[in-house]
Design a protein. Sequence first.
Length: 214
Amino acid sequence: MQIIVFLGAPGAGKGTAAVRIAEKLPAKHISTGAMLREAVKNGTPAGLAAKSYMDAGSLVPDSVLIDMIGELLTASTPDSVFLFDGFPRNESQAAALDELAVKFNAEVGPAVCIDVCEELLLKRLGGRRVCPACGAGFHVLSLPPKVEGVCDVCQAKLITRADDQPETIKHRLEVYEEQTAPLIEWYKKAGKLRMVDGSGDADAVADAIMEVIR
Ligand code: AP5
């Protein structure tokens, strides 16, 4: 079992790149943000525990995430290749992932950090539109749908994510700096870090990631 980790600030393009890389490798794309949004939608115990944190742009308690990832790995086969987008998000989650990796005989890495300046992060988050039905992501300028406001994949009406409001974005960026950015050093020390410039278009970023993953 192999677990590739994607790091990067909110709006860096982790999800957009993960969809492309998962198809190229192939690997299974695991977005903890998407899993939590689904849990909230379905009113599951994990969703009920997560909702207020997500609305505020804060991290959901570690125990919720670690249980989710533990269940996922328990249900997986030894030859699975995962692309984790949004987990781990702090040092205690990274330590838990290392423990799970020992338990499931999995290799963690490489950890790919998509690097984007704050000005571009704000533009990307401000123009993001998502499909509430299938989860596909778009951007009003850089990745517009074929028909304005309509999902290319399933034709549902696109929405703005609840946590893409200016005040919540500001808090999410602060949380990233305080809690998630230290993981860059964590994976650097482990010899697993691969930095990638995320400022190019979506295909260019995916190509750059494929280069460092190989
Ligand atoms: P999550 O869904 O993981 O949000 P995030 O990390 O804030 O990341 P985003 O999804 O906002 O950004 P992205 O980097 O994926 O960018 P995207 O590809 O969409 O988490 C949401 C919440 O869930 C968290 O706040 C927290 O509450 C909770 N949570 C999740 N995981 C957790 C964990 N492990 N522990 C605790 N809590 C957790 O791109 C953004 C926009 O830019 C899009 O419009 C896209 O079309 C566009 N774009 C992307 N790349 C390019 C490009 N190369 N060129 C042009 N446009 C691009």
